[in-house]
Design a protein around this ligand. Sequence first.
Ligand code: HEM
Length: 418
Amino acid sequence: MTKASAVSAAVARPDHVPESLVCDFDMFHDPAYVLDPHKRIIDLVENAPPVFWTPRNGGHWVMLGHAANFEAARDTDSFSSEMVPYEQVEAILAALPPDTPHIPRAYPINLDPPNHAKYRQPLQGVFSPRTINVLKDSIRELARELVAEVADKGECEFMSAIAEPLPVRVFLKMLGLPLEKFAEYRALVKEHLSETSPEPASAILRLQKVAAAMRDTVLERRDNPRDDIISLLWKVEIDGRPTELEDIENYGVLLFIAGLDTVMQGIGHGVRHLAQDLPLQDKLRAEPALVSDATEELLRRYTFTVPPRRVARDLVFQGVQMKEGERAMLFLPGADLDPKEFPHADQFELKRDGKPHIAFNAGPHRCLGSHLARVELNIVYEEMLAGLPQFRIDPERPARFHGGHVIGVEELYLVWDK
Ligand code: HEM
């Protein structure tokens, strides 16, 4: 079955949604989107309303314009991150038999204020630039090794050779998990990524496996702290109480979900652009100090996450009537390609003045790992440019993509002269 044929069935338009706000867009399987996601996004930005409703995937709102995303991201009273309300989740968990294995929850990403801050605050220090800078040398060493492994071959499938192993190794290093867990975590990442259905039972089982794979180390670090994030997490307090095993597992699962696929896809989108823009490669090789500007502009031009929200009350948002219980997607890639915010938004411009992108979102849920992500992206670009001659997309094997909450590069075949 091709991806195009997997487009979900359309549901009927609710009465309060005017025809003029409907745009037929399947964020998982839209055929033009999975062929070339950001090309399709530019098409949407040019032709769809800044807030639109799609009948696909059960019917939901899409915040397409920059202003809509920016405002909705900050308005947590109207747009909740709790797809199932917190009290309901806790009540379900409390009613389970006492011997039920712990069901990890990715707190704080799916919590609203005030609970959100209780779980976010302990992580702030953990992700400070100071903690992350300690990892820089080992990230560079790893990126260099991965590039060196393919350099003599004249070609590689970039996602499996570099984009995917790098963040997994960084995750293990950062949390202080043993390197022997590499194969196990790679397999868990693959399982996590290949699961397209949001069916709760299978998601719970997958997250339990992630938590189980770190349990021995988590307990070991409680008794013998080291210089890693698991040890730090044992020292923080959540709302005035010491952390427990379950909290550390929740955080571990959160970082697994939030920090692996995202970095991998960010690297994929960025390197795909570089592989198509040879003058940019030449410029960056000549002036490596410009790589950090390139990293920012690549994040803007190819913003790739689509965080979901639940409409928490009936409201009129930017002139649009929404009803409690509906779903709304913060379509951040559309925000960062909005020409009202970024002139010539479809162009890659190394030096853009002023306007920050919202690839890491805005508001209370703004990405906690953005500093780490930037370090990883910068280093990969630098090491690709330093370790390989001009690399290009293999003309015989075009890149393949998938849609979803993290728009991803599935395969990216690169070639270069040996
Ligand atoms: C290029 C890579 C990344 C991108 C584009 C990205 C993007 C995002 C976005 C858009 C959000 C907001 C989600 C929402 O509003 O629901 C977010 C939240 C978060 N990210 Fe990242 N992320 C990246 C890498 C990372 C890394 C490497 C980590 C840590 C290892 C991380 C940890 C988090 C956490 C903990 C949150 C939740 C914050 C909260 O809810 O308060 N992210 N990220």
